[in-house]
Design a protein around this ligand. Structure first.
Ligand SMILES: [Zn+2]
Length: 403
């Protein structure tokens, strides 16, 4: 494929087809890497499958996705891991890197066979959805994973503080009369993990940082030379708890950790700018309609966002809050570095930073239609995604037909 007249570089020739693409106004980037998504297979195929989730990833410009192990069964044995790898080999359109559970069935009682799982292809370990609640268990997990070069990714939540919490605890939760999930519920666990990383010398990776206090704890830890890395989601960077009020208790805004205040949002952006936060990861969490079509307090946590991630983040670029090159780094090189990986040389995404489009939940490739952005117009669009040298998503063709 020959792409001509690109905005960011000279004409580019990619292996594969003989097609010539008009790249005027477009920018060619390395394929995006998502450290954190939920593909739901095995066990929850009514929410998402590896096939639909990776199609959605391709439409979002992601060519590598790391899938979380909170499936049924949990990805906590070599057999289940190999099952996921085999389905991905047959049905995935982008690269799928499985993350295995830290503890058996994510119950926090016994470590999984981490060394065997790593040897079988687990790129990292996490009990995501739950924290590793026992500090002693977490200490052993960090030491053990470190001994064979893997990182533990922790979902930081102190269940004693967050039990029953449906949204960020603050003025908005008070006005809405909803039970709060306080920022401290995250921050105490981040502080604990930092202390354990310092104690063991092993690196810990903090999933979906959501509060200003967590950013500060991680910033201080990095200054002290403690081995900690972290990620933030597109929704925590672009939405706040006020969306729940404005959306009249829109359950599609219910996510864990919860959307927080504007002050938290600004601190998260600051954390990206100064390197406290290493990567942007989607935490794409597709759900079935029934999981969200209920009272806010009963609704499942999660947002289906892998297809809207780039465009919603471009909103920060257009608003002058985040440099474009930094956004690209946080979606490509930096998340790969968190896992110690290099970017594949044959994965590319072609984007139009200025194209506007309106999100239509019914047209998402994901089975999860649970997006709070339905009906919103975003500026920035993925036009073409190439994985392993093969076109896996093509909006150019659609655009050509429409024009
Ligand atoms: Zn999580």
């Amino acid at each position: 494929m020959l792409i001509r007249n690109l905005r960011n570089r000279a004409d580019v020739r990619l292996e594969g087809s003989e097609e010539v693409v008009d790249g005027r106004g477009l920018v060619l980037l390395p394929g995006f890497v998502d450290l954190h998504c939920h593909l739901r297979q095995p066990g929850f195929e009514h929410k998402e499958t590896i096939a639909t989730g990776t199609l959605a990833a391709a439409a979002g410009g992601f060519t590598t996705v790391c899938c979380m192990p909170n499936t049924e069964p949990t990805i906590d044995t070599v057999g289940t891991l190999q099952h996921v790898v085999e389905i991905a080999r047959q049905e995935a359109v982008v690269r799928v890197l499985p993350i295995a559970a830290v503890t058996r069935a994510r119950r926090g009682a016994e470590l999984s066979d981490m060394a065997e799982l790593a040897a079988a292809g687990a790129v990292a370990f996490s009990d995501d959805g739950s924290p590793v609640a026992s500090s002693s268990m977490m200490r052993h997990a960090l030491e053990y994973a470190n001994s064979f070069g893997r990182v533990v990714i922790d979902h930081c939540e102190d269940p004693a503080l967050t039990k029953g919490g449906a949204m960020h605890e603050g003025q908005v939760s008070e006005r809405l009369g909803l039970p709060g999930w306080p920022a401290a519920g995250e921050e105490v666990m981040v502080a604990r993990d930092v202390a354990l990383a310092a104690q063991t010398g092993a690196r810990v990776h903090i999933a979906h940082v959501s509060s200003a206090g967590s950013v500060q704890v991680i910033r201080d830890a990095k200054r002290r030379g403690i081995r900690v890395t972290s990620e933030v989601t597109p929704h925590h960077l672009t939405l706040t708890d006020e969306w729940i009020e404005r959306g009249a208790y829109d359950a599609n805004c219910k996510v864990n950790p919860p959307l927080r205040s504007e002050g938290d949002q600004l601190a998260l952006i600051e954390g990206l700018l100064d390197g406290t936060i290493d990567a942007i990861a989607t935490d794409h969490a597709p759900h079935a309609m029934a999981d969200k079509a209920c009272e806010f307090e009963q609704a499942a946590f999660g947002i289906s966002n892998i297809e809207t991630a780039f465009a919603s983040l471009m909103g920060l670029v257009h608003a002058g809050k985040l440099p474009f090159d930094l956004l690209v780094d946080k979606l490509t090189r930096s998340p790969a570095a968190v896992l110690g990986l290099d970017l594949p040389a044959d994965d590319w995404v072609l984007v139009d930073p200025d194209a506007e489009w309106t999100v239509d939940a019914a047209r998402l490739h994901s089975r999860g239609r649970n997006t709070p952005l339905h009906g919103h117009t975003l500026r920035g669009r993925v036009m073409l995604t190439i994985c392993r040298g093969r076109v896996v998503y093509d909006a150019l063709r659609e655009a050509a037909i429409a024009s």
